[in-house]
Design a protein around this ligand. Structure first.
Ligand code: ZN
Length: 218
Protein backbone atom coordinates (compact mmCIF):
# COMPACT_ATOMS: atom_id res chain seq x y z
CA UNK A 1 0.00 0.00 0.00
CA UNK A 2 1.22 3.46 -0.82
CA UNK A 3 2.18 5.40 2.26
CA UNK A 4 0.72 8.87 2.24
CA UNK A 5 2.51 11.60 4.04
CA UNK A 6 0.24 14.13 5.68
CA UNK A 7 1.08 17.31 7.49
CA UNK A 8 1.57 17.45 11.26
CA UNK A 9 0.44 20.36 13.38
CA UNK A 10 1.15 21.77 16.76
CA UNK A 11 -2.06 22.20 18.69
CA UNK A 12 -2.83 25.21 20.81
CA UNK A 13 -5.24 25.40 23.73
CA UNK A 14 -8.81 24.60 22.70
CA UNK A 15 -11.00 27.54 21.73
CA UNK A 16 -14.77 27.68 22.08
CA UNK A 17 -15.18 27.99 18.33
CA UNK A 18 -18.93 27.43 18.48
CA UNK A 19 -19.35 30.51 20.65
CA UNK A 20 -16.98 32.37 18.33
CA UNK A 21 -19.14 31.29 15.35
CA UNK A 22 -16.07 29.78 13.73
CA UNK A 23 -15.16 26.35 12.41
CA UNK A 24 -12.65 23.92 13.81
CA UNK A 25 -10.62 21.02 12.49
CA UNK A 26 -10.84 18.11 14.91
CA UNK A 27 -8.96 14.86 15.31
CA UNK A 28 -10.48 11.68 16.76
CA UNK A 29 -7.62 9.50 17.93
CA UNK A 30 -6.54 6.84 20.38
CA UNK A 31 -5.15 8.31 23.56
CA UNK A 32 -1.42 8.79 23.20
CA UNK A 33 -1.44 8.52 19.40
CA UNK A 34 -1.45 12.09 18.17
CA UNK A 35 -0.31 11.32 14.64
CA UNK A 36 -2.71 13.15 12.34
CA UNK A 37 -1.93 10.59 9.65
CA UNK A 38 -3.99 8.21 11.78
CA UNK A 39 -7.41 8.52 13.34
CA UNK A 40 -10.21 10.65 11.96
CA UNK A 41 -10.03 14.26 10.77
CA UNK A 42 -13.16 16.36 10.42
CA UNK A 43 -14.42 19.93 10.32
CA UNK A 44 -17.32 21.27 12.32
CA UNK A 45 -18.94 24.49 13.42
CA UNK A 46 -20.47 22.73 16.42
CA UNK A 47 -18.89 21.97 19.76
CA UNK A 48 -16.62 18.92 19.75
CA UNK A 49 -18.76 17.11 22.29
CA UNK A 50 -21.87 17.50 20.20
CA UNK A 51 -20.08 16.63 16.95
CA UNK A 52 -18.54 13.56 18.54
CA UNK A 53 -21.91 12.33 19.77
CA UNK A 54 -23.16 12.50 16.18
CA UNK A 55 -20.27 10.22 15.19
CA UNK A 56 -21.41 7.65 17.67
CA UNK A 57 -24.85 7.60 16.02
CA UNK A 58 -24.12 8.08 12.36
CA UNK A 59 -20.65 7.64 10.99
CA UNK A 60 -18.55 5.81 8.44
CA UNK A 61 -18.08 2.07 9.03
CA UNK A 62 -14.32 2.32 9.58
CA UNK A 63 -14.66 4.97 12.28
CA UNK A 64 -17.65 3.17 13.76
CA UNK A 65 -15.58 0.02 14.06
CA UNK A 66 -12.68 1.91 15.65
CA UNK A 67 -15.03 3.48 18.19
CA UNK A 68 -16.41 0.04 19.02
CA UNK A 69 -12.99 -1.57 19.34
CA UNK A 70 -11.16 1.02 21.42
CA UNK A 71 -12.17 2.46 24.74
CA UNK A 72 -9.34 5.03 24.79
CA UNK A 73 -10.72 7.46 22.21
CA UNK A 74 -10.09 11.21 22.49
CA UNK A 75 -11.18 14.15 20.39
CA UNK A 76 -8.98 17.21 20.10
CA UNK A 77 -9.13 20.51 18.32
CA UNK A 78 -6.36 21.01 15.77
CA UNK A 79 -7.19 24.54 14.71
CA UNK A 80 -9.95 27.13 14.66
CA UNK A 81 -10.71 29.39 11.73
CA UNK A 82 -13.04 30.25 8.90
CA UNK A 83 -14.75 27.44 6.95
CA UNK A 84 -12.31 28.07 4.08
CA UNK A 85 -9.18 27.72 6.22
CA UNK A 86 -10.50 24.72 8.09
CA UNK A 87 -11.43 22.83 4.94
CA UNK A 88 -8.09 23.69 3.38
CA UNK A 89 -6.44 22.21 6.45
CA UNK A 90 -8.66 19.15 6.27
CA UNK A 91 -7.64 18.69 2.66
CA UNK A 92 -3.99 19.01 3.63
CA UNK A 93 -4.40 16.35 6.31
CA UNK A 94 -6.57 14.08 4.18
CA UNK A 95 -5.23 14.58 0.63
CA UNK A 96 -6.77 11.32 -0.58
CA UNK A 97 -9.48 8.81 0.25
CA UNK A 98 -8.97 6.13 2.89
CA UNK A 99 -6.43 7.74 5.22
CA UNK A 100 -6.69 6.77 8.86
CA UNK A 101 -10.33 6.33 9.80
CA UNK A 102 -11.49 8.69 7.06
CA UNK A 103 -13.06 7.28 3.93
CA UNK A 104 -13.09 10.46 1.92
CA UNK A 105 -10.65 13.13 0.87
CA UNK A 106 -10.80 16.25 3.04
CA UNK A 107 -11.80 19.70 1.84
CA UNK A 108 -15.50 19.84 2.46
CA UNK A 109 -16.56 17.93 -0.61
CA UNK A 110 -19.52 15.97 0.70
CA UNK A 111 -19.32 12.27 -0.16
CA UNK A 112 -21.71 11.01 -2.83
CA UNK A 113 -25.07 10.37 -1.25
CA UNK A 114 -25.44 6.75 -0.27
CA UNK A 115 -28.67 6.83 1.70
CA UNK A 116 -29.72 3.24 2.26
CA UNK A 117 -26.93 1.78 0.19
CA UNK A 118 -23.19 1.47 0.63
CA UNK A 119 -21.01 2.90 -2.10
CA UNK A 120 -18.68 0.74 -4.12
CA UNK A 121 -15.58 2.24 -2.58
CA UNK A 122 -16.92 1.80 0.93
CA UNK A 123 -17.76 -1.81 0.20
CA UNK A 124 -14.25 -2.41 -1.02
CA UNK A 125 -12.78 -0.70 2.02
CA UNK A 126 -14.90 -2.79 4.35
CA UNK A 127 -13.98 -5.97 2.58
CA UNK A 128 -10.30 -5.06 2.58
CA UNK A 129 -10.33 -4.20 6.26
CA UNK A 130 -11.65 -7.68 6.99
CA UNK A 131 -14.42 -6.52 9.29
CA UNK A 132 -16.60 -9.29 10.56
CA UNK A 133 -14.35 -12.23 9.92
CA UNK A 134 -11.11 -13.54 11.35
CA UNK A 135 -8.18 -15.05 9.49
CA UNK A 136 -7.59 -18.69 10.21
CA UNK A 137 -4.26 -19.71 11.79
CA UNK A 138 -3.33 -21.25 8.46
CA UNK A 139 -4.11 -18.09 6.59
CA UNK A 140 -2.04 -16.07 9.08
CA UNK A 141 0.93 -18.39 8.65
CA UNK A 142 0.72 -18.08 4.91
CA UNK A 143 0.57 -14.29 5.07
CA UNK A 144 3.50 -14.29 7.47
CA UNK A 145 5.57 -16.48 5.17
CA UNK A 146 5.38 -13.87 2.44
CA UNK A 147 7.46 -11.54 4.56
CA UNK A 148 9.82 -14.14 6.00
CA UNK A 149 13.28 -14.19 4.51
CA UNK A 150 12.94 -10.79 2.87
CA UNK A 151 15.10 -8.87 5.34
CA UNK A 152 15.90 -5.33 4.35
CA UNK A 153 19.54 -4.39 4.12
CA UNK A 154 20.83 -1.43 6.13
CA UNK A 155 21.10 0.54 2.89
CA UNK A 156 17.49 -0.20 2.02
CA UNK A 157 16.40 0.85 5.49
CA UNK A 158 18.43 4.04 5.27
CA UNK A 159 16.92 4.80 1.87
CA UNK A 160 13.42 4.39 3.29
CA UNK A 161 14.18 6.62 6.26
CA UNK A 162 15.66 9.24 3.95
CA UNK A 163 12.64 9.09 1.66
CA UNK A 164 10.36 9.78 4.57
CA UNK A 165 12.36 12.56 6.18
CA UNK A 166 12.11 16.30 5.74
CA UNK A 167 10.08 18.56 3.50
CA UNK A 168 9.28 17.28 0.05
CA UNK A 169 8.06 20.58 -1.26
CA UNK A 170 10.43 23.32 -2.27
CA UNK A 171 9.57 26.96 -1.56
CA UNK A 172 8.89 27.42 -5.27
CA UNK A 173 6.42 24.54 -5.27
CA UNK A 174 4.67 25.93 -2.21
CA UNK A 175 4.46 29.37 -3.86
CA UNK A 176 2.97 27.77 -6.94
CA UNK A 177 0.44 25.82 -4.90
CA UNK A 178 -0.55 28.94 -2.96
CA UNK A 179 -0.98 30.89 -6.18
CA UNK A 180 -3.09 28.15 -7.64
CA UNK A 181 -5.23 28.02 -4.53
CA UNK A 182 -5.77 31.77 -4.69
CA UNK A 183 -6.77 31.65 -8.34
CA UNK A 184 -9.41 28.95 -7.94
CA UNK A 185 -12.81 30.22 -9.04
CA UNK A 186 -14.99 31.60 -6.28
CA UNK A 187 -18.70 32.16 -6.09
CA UNK A 188 -20.33 34.89 -4.01
CA UNK A 189 -23.14 33.78 -1.72
CA UNK A 190 -26.29 35.90 -2.13
CA UNK A 191 -27.26 35.22 1.49
CA UNK A 192 -24.17 36.09 3.48
CA UNK A 193 -22.10 37.86 0.83
CA UNK A 194 -19.04 35.65 1.34
CA UNK A 195 -17.04 34.68 -1.71
CA UNK A 196 -15.89 31.08 -1.44
CA UNK A 197 -14.57 28.19 -3.50
CA UNK A 198 -17.19 26.16 -5.29
CA UNK A 199 -17.05 23.01 -3.15
CA UNK A 200 -17.57 25.13 -0.04
CA UNK A 201 -20.32 27.09 -1.77
CA UNK A 202 -22.23 23.89 -2.56
CA UNK A 203 -22.00 22.60 0.98
CA UNK A 204 -22.30 25.73 3.08
CA UNK A 205 -23.76 28.54 1.00
CA UNK A 206 -26.51 29.19 -1.51
CA UNK A 207 -29.58 27.31 -0.27
CA UNK A 208 -27.41 25.78 2.50
CA UNK A 209 -26.16 29.10 3.84
CA UNK A 210 -26.20 29.12 7.64
CA UNK A 211 -27.75 32.58 7.65
CA UNK A 212 -30.98 31.00 6.33
CA UNK A 213 -30.71 27.73 8.23
CA UNK A 214 -30.26 28.92 11.78
CA UNK A 215 -32.52 26.34 13.42
CA UNK A 216 -31.39 23.25 11.49
CA UNK A 217 -29.40 21.05 13.82
CA UNK A 218 -26.66 18.93 12.34
ZN1 ZN B 1 -23.64 32.11 2.61
Amino acid sequence: MRALRTAEFRVSAPVDHEAAKAFCVYHIHRRGNLSTAEGYIGVTSRSLGRRFRRHTVNTNPILADALRQHSDIDVRQLMVGSDDTCFEMEQLLRPADNIGWNLCTGGGIAPASSKGSVGQRTRQRISESGLGWKRSAENKQRLLSYRLGSKLSLEQRAAIVLRNTGSRRTEATKQLMAEKARSRPRTACPHCGKSVQNHLYIRFHGSNCKTIKKDKSC
